[in-house]
Design a binder for this molecule. Structure first.
Ligand code: HEM
Length: 317
């Protein structure tokens, strides 16, 4: 098994029952800065062992944890060389909706089929990191019936599978120093459920591009017409279609009126996700934005790079 296979397993590990999305800031200012960086490096180098420590207690429940490192903290943690496309999330302002950019140095994407494993992993991880980090955002997601988002649609169907998955997700020879790693973009979307539920099922299906009950793909609209979400999120050029791997998760606090989708996309090329966002927020043709956004507002938007396991292990030295 090479380093890529190992990372693949955690990136692909799709459709677990639970997940936590934890975005942290490294406390690299003030007198404790050097110590904070040292602690974070140690924790990242020990991440694989920590996953084993927790996963071994319930091996069938598929605990995994990937870590993404943001542009700001990259040089301090990982050194001068940087993945070719890594930069902070660039805000995309359409005529009606904006994909905002929010800060974050580290992303931990913890997944398992049981919430207790996810909790235990997060608890031990944060204990190892101690005061070297501050929490920016923390979302606990759950799988909703047959992998539906809270808008009621099956989410994740068009994800690449088999050999196409590593092709889409893992950096290759185009950036040899970072081969086996992956770009990851997250956005925390909040839904206006009342407005969504005022639409008919047919109107909702036209927005998504799939039928609601049995998840069958609808035909694409004409080039100059209003396109469905699935069409706007499809990126094609002379080389064919460029896929990404998504593991979106619903989250909710019904008592507080909060209903959301945590979008997470892994990609070999950051530009592919950026192109998807442009098509959604600006529209194709411009002005005809993704109507999913009339019912879903991003509260965050952050980009990271997931280093290969070998790069993480090397931090120990
Ligand atoms: C509120 C947030 C979102 C929701 C609820 C949502 C939901 C869905 C659903 C239900 C589908 C159809 C089934 C499937 O193939 O998975 C889909 C497809 C897709 N979405 Fe999203 N999505 C969201 C945001 C995004 C964002 C921000 C991106 C990319 C930046 C994205 C990229 C895609 C892609 C690539 C597909 C597959 C298109 C295809 O090849 O058919 N989605 N999404």
């Amino acid at each position: 098994m090479d380093q890529g296979d190992e990372l693949m397993q955690s990136i692909e590990g799709p459709l677990t029952r639970s997940a936590v999305f934890l975005v942290l800031r490294v406390a690299d200012d003030g007198p404790g800065a050097a110590e904070a960086i040292r602690t974070v490096k140690e924790a990242l180098a020990g991440l694989e062992d920590l996953v084993k420590t927790v996963a071994f207690r319930e091996p069938r429940n598929r605990l995994s944890c990937t870590v993404g490192v943001g542009d700001r903290i990259w040089p301090q943690l990982m050194g001068a060389a940087k993945p070719a496309e890594l930069h902070p999330f660039r805000e995309i302002a359409g005529a009606t909706h904006t994909a905002i950019s929010t800060p974050g140095d580290l992303l931990f994407h913890i997944r398992a089929d049981r919430e207790d494993l996810v909790y235990e992993m997060e608890r031990l991880l944060l204990r190892a990191l101690g005061s070297s980090v501050e929490t920016v955002d923390e979302v606990s997601g759950f799988r909703y019936f047959d992998a539906r988002d809270l808008l009621g649609f099956v989410d994740g169907t068009a994800n690449p599978v088999g050999p196409g998955l590593s092709e889409s997700v893992l950096v290759g020879d185009e950036d040899p120093a970072f081969a086996g790693g992956s770009y990851v973009v997250v956005q925390k979307y909040l839904h206006d459920m009342d407005a969504w539920q005022r639409l008919t099922a047919e109107q909702q299906e036209a927005i998504m591009g799939r039928t609601k009950s049995d998840n069958v793909e609808l035909d694409d609209a004409a080039d100059d017409a209003q396109k469905a979400h699935k069409t706007l999120a499809t990126i094609e050029d002379e080389q064919g279609e460029h896929d990404i791997a998504r593991d979106n998760m619903p989250f909710a606090r019904p008592g507080s009126g909060e209903f959301g989708t945590y979008f997470i996309g892994y990609s070999r090329h950051l530009w592919v996700i950026e192109r998807m966002l442009e098509r959604m927020f600006i529209g194709d043709p411009p002005g005809l934005h993704d109507r999913l956004l009339d019912f879903s507002t991003p509260a965050t938007g952050t980009t990271f790079f997931v280093p290969s396991p070998a790069l993480l292990a090397a931090l120990e030295a």
